[in-house]
Design a protein around this ligand. Structure first.
Ligand code: ZN
Length: 140
């Protein structure tokens, strides 16, 4: 029986039906939250790695900026596609591909939410899922 597999399992779980949380980290010394997870120490207060803990960050935030790529030679994704910088409600900013292929209808300040989209199958036949961000229509 095929399973779902995340393209980047260190960043999110493939098991969500909708609006997945993101695997980030938090500093126990100062409360600073960050994404993606890292083990070097707190970027904000300089606390050592032992003070960092893994936390799940809600996949919701606000669109801070975006850019549409019209010409792309890679085979991983077909142009046009749009990359957004989303400031998560939990603090960190994340750069992510958006479900919107172009910037039509997008505006700075739009409410965004994480979604998982199909990204083919791996060699064992598992369904691959990739994290994207989409406009959260319900917020208006
Ligand atoms: Zn800190």
């Amino acid at each position: 029986m095929p399973n779902r597999t995340a393209v980047h399992p260190e960043l999110y779980s493939p098991d969500y039906a909708d609006n997945p949380s993101l695997s980030g980290g938090k500093c126990r010394a100062c409360g600073y939250a960050f994404f993606p997870p890292q083990r070097y120490g707190c970027e904000s207060c300089g606390a050592p790695p032992e003070k960092l803990e893994a936390v799940q960050l809600a996949g919701r935030g606000t669109l801070h900026s975006y850019a549409t790529v019209h010409l792309h030679m890679g085979k991983d994704i077909e142009a046009p596609f749009t990359i957004g910088l989303i400031v998560l409600d939990d603090g960190p900013a994340i750069r992510s591909t958006l479900t919107n292929r172009t910037d039509a209808g997008l505006a700075i300040g739009d409410r965004m939410k994480s979604v998982l989209v199909a990204a083919g199958t791996d060699q064992e036949g598992n369904e691959m899922v990739e994290l994207r961000f989409a406009r959260a229509e319900a917020s208006k």
